[in-house]
Ligand binder design. Sequence first.
Ligand SMILES: [Zn+2]
Length: 266
Amino acid sequence: MIVGINCGHTVSGSIGSGAVGYLKESDETRVIGYRLMDYLRSRGVTVVDCTNDYASTVSENLSRIVAMANAQPLDLFVSIHFNSGGGRGTEVFTYNAEKFKQAELVCENMAKLGFVNRGIKDGSNLYVVHRTNARAMLVEVCFVDTKSDVDLYNSVGADAIAKAIGDAIIGEKMEEELTMSQYEELKGLIANQSARVDVLQNEVYKLENPMIYNYIDSNMPEWAREAVQWCVDNGIVVGTGDGLNLDDMKLWTCVIIYRLAANLNK
Ligand SMILES: [Zn+2]
């Protein structure tokens, strides 16, 4: 797979540099774009850098970008930009607003990082979209002049954003990564559930294998010993040659009879 990546605009302060708000678009297109290139290369993608840093006019900048892109057959051309104008979130421009998989995945993967999914828009009038030979998309990462977008951008970090876009280019949905606290919560939940299963299994075992008490000795539960002794002494419980053969239910019955008798004798 050969992908052309363009860090949008010329460098900050020169002709053709981009929007400026809380962030400078030209700086951030390079931060994200170059990390994206690194990420794609680490995933085995052949990357062609289609970035133009200096030009005397905007149209010179654009035509140089397209010349770099069209110098070889690309499977995909991606231009990284940042938006301005006071909106929120990520949008992707394609030719005729074509909803191809990688474009849709950019929006979906960015939404997983918390950015509003503004969807796929018609970029037919954008020079780098309609003049490149390869299928193309222009990604507006977020808004440089919206405080909440910039805060989110800074907290999510460039590596995660580059990965989100890179996974989309490769055609993968990004796995949602658990935060440490979510992980601990899940671990606690599983431990709790397995403890409950242990208790239930123990109960089932006890039901299937009732404990039989044949003798009034240390084996008999403390709560029943006095009552059973009384029942035996009064001929209410009579053992066979093999012992008393009492299970839990019978122990409990002895206790009730014992308490009842004590009540009647008052
Ligand atoms: Zn731009």
